[in-house]
Design a protein around this ligand. Structure first.
Ligand code: DGJ
Length: 486
């Protein structure tokens, strides 16, 4: 009887522990939805289904002010609720993007009752003919309206997000004005009263605008945090400080004005770069200093993800508009490899990452990476479409390496003791001979594009650096190896 009772209790305990939700991932990886894909239940479902098939653990999804508060003071949370349920159903985590007063420096997302009332919610003229004038960051009425809406959103999330799907919220999107300064009446007055106007520093207008936007965004963030204490951030449209005014939204948290943002927006937990250019390494370094590195937007290219996660220690990285890459074999297959590696990456082992950046690095670039007692000389192979990868140290002499388009030597007195290629966490092949240069190197030959259900799936090609093989579609392979000193 007692035995039966114990067995019953044990099975109940087991059942409940199985049903318990897994802890949220420490690294968020996935994609940012296209701007309009969270605007109906149907498109939310389609985007999230694709996210699941790509192996993402999370998605960044917009919440637009115009759909949230179509009538002043009347909130419609139905889309937000749908999004929460849809993510929960698929075991995905979310970052929400608050498209409030500004998106890409423009003001197209506020509700019509804000946009049409240009007397109350006044605009900042731009110096670019094709741009519309965005709401001025000196408009207190707009700020107060945005504060109320964002606070309502955060209060609702606190109550409705029972399974804590939302891990962070971006406040506004790529703010700034396409001009040297805000030339609205209020903007001109603020400039005249500001110490920045008495400075000889040519950067003064940029600092001044950064302060204005930072103060506005901080007021919105502070109200949101008061309602629900989630990590908050905002993102930058990157542009060098010497770029002509009008060519980028001036005032956003670009690298040149990060210090101003940190000072005037203390309620933001970090500032994020949207990195689309070749400056990936520099921007990861600049935005990873003294704050978590979180990249809400980058190109849907695996090398960028590998680098950000494993070399720069990013806590979040997302490919923008992943939906349009659903049939890109390089992207979709690499996503699968990343999702295979993510649990190991999240364990926090020492690791390095590398990527050959197009139009910046030499086609046969060589990089030396130190890890533990070993040195890894990474040689990108000229002619290979992609060259990128990561090295994770799992024990003093043991490493898991994922990558493609490069080969790695370990210096003259170090050899491979054992090497295997993994797929789905299982041994695919034990590598030696031609494949490892007789254990002097590791060739990241990658996975071939052979249909998994076809007769040739078991084949792998052997030869190194044969130009004919460079034409074959190859995606990162995963290799586990042990090294020893001669
Ligand atoms: C940056 C913006 O933040 C995104 O919402 C999107 O518009 C992309 N640019 C398009 O490339």
């Amino acid at each position: 009887m007692i035995k039966k009772f114990l067995l019953y209790t044990l099975s109940l305990l087991l059942l409940f522990s199985c049903q318990e939700q897994q802890p949220a991932p420490s690294i968020l990886w996935g994609g940012e939805m296209h701007n309009s894909n969270a605007s109906t239940p149907e498109s939310i479902d389609a985007s999230l289904d694709l996210a699941v098939s790509l192996g993402f653990n999370s998605v960044l999804a917009p919440v637009s002010w115009e759909l949230l508060e179509p009538v002043q003071g009347e909130f419609d949370f139905s889309l937000v609720d749908y999004l929460l349920k849809a993510a929960d159903k698929r075991d995905l985590y979310l970052g929400l993007l608050w498209f409030g007063t500004w998106k890409n420096g423009e003001s197209s997302y506020p509700p019509l009752w804000v946009k049409a009332d240009t007397a109350t919610y006044f605009r900042a003229p731009t110096c670019v003919a094709e741009k519309t004038s965005p709401i001025s960051p000196f408009c207190a009425a707009a700020r107060e309206a945005d504060v109320k809406a964002f606070k309502a959103l955060m209060a609702h999330l606190k109550m409705a997000d029972k399974t804590r799907r939302v891990r962070c919220v971006q406040v506004e999107n790529e703010v700034g004005v396409f001009a040297e300064r805000d030339f609205s009446e209020a903007g001109i007055k603020a400039w005249e009263e500001s110490p920045w106007s008495r400075s000889d520093d040519p950067m003064a207008p940029q600092y001044f605008m950064a302060e204005a936007y930072a103060r506005y965004v901080d007021a919105v963030a502070a109200a949101g945090k008061e309602a629900y204490d989630l990590p908050l951030f905002t993102n930058a449209w990157l542009a060098p400080a010497d770029k002509a005014y009008g060519k980028y939204p001036n005032g956003g948290p670009r690298e040149a004005v990060l210090a101003v943002w940190k000072k005037y927006a203390p309620h933001l937990d970090w500032l994020s770069p949207d990195i689309y250019g070749p400056e990936l390494r520099e921007m990861c370094a600049a935005y990873g200093e003294g704050q978590p590195l979180f990249i809400p937007e980058t190109n849907c290219q695996a090398g960028r993800f590998w680098y950000a996660l494993c070399e720069a220690g990013a806590k979040g990285v997302f490919g923008f508009g992943y939906e349009e890459h659903f049939d890109n074999p390089y992207y979709t297959a690499e996503c699968k490899v990343i999702s295979e590696m993510l649990p190991l990456i999240a364990e926090g082992h020492p690791m390095r990452g590398f990527v050959r950046i197009d139009k910046k690095d030499a086609p046969d670039a060589v990089e030396t990476l130190a890890l533990g007692d070993y040195t890894f000389n990474v040689h990108c192979i000229e002619g290979e479409k992609n060259a990128h990868g990561i090295i994770v140290q799992t024990a003093p002499d043991e490493f898991t390496i994922a990558g493609v388009g490069a080969w790695i030597d370990f210096g003259p007195r170090v050899q491979i003791a054992f090497c295997e290629e993994l797929r789905d966490g299982k041994r695919w092949q034990v590598l030696n001979g031609d494949e490892t240069g007789h254990h002097n190197m590791l060739y990241l030959r990658g996975r071939l594009n052979i249909p998994e259900d076809g007769p040739y799936y078991g084949l792998s090609y052997q030869r190194r650096f044969r130009p004919a093989y460079q034409e074959l579609f190859k995606v990162s392979g995963i290799y586990r190896l042990k090294l020893y000193n001669l």
